[in-house]
Design a binder for this molecule. Sequence first.
Ligand code: CA2
Length: 144
Amino acid sequence: MKILVLNGPNLNMLGIREPGIYGRSTFADLLALIERTAKEENLDIEQYQSNHEGHLVDKIQWAYGKIDGIVINPAAYTHTSVAILDALKAVSIPAVEVHISDVDAREPFRQISYAGMACVHTIKGHGFEGYREAILYLKEHYGP
Ligand code: CA2
């Protein structure tokens, strides 16, 4: 099974600031956790991070016909991007939305998710572990 893990803007800065919200672990730690999960679960996982909305849309389109499941943390674009929502709908690949923090317990503007409207499941507030849970969810529900 092939899974694409997508991370949006500023997530590459994890561990550098705001440890109270996102923890002290770095983006490299997150990539390593996902790599480890791929090996343990015998999955083919590709990872991609971009600070640019259009690049994330390009990557979702690229996945069409090649990828069986998407894990996506669109970061701030969660709350603004109809383009990412439309791309997820266009490719129709099962996608799980992940947020490191509990967005429901934060500012009201974080409680709207456009991308989430095209996702089969959402995991929020479980820290980095949420990505592992999302991968396992896709494997269990859409694996061979
Ligand atoms: O909780 C999440 O995973 C978020 O998607 C993270 C986004 C935020 O805009 C969403 O509302 C919730 C922000 C990612 C920015 O990460 C930072 C990393 C280091 C320092 C500051 C922000």
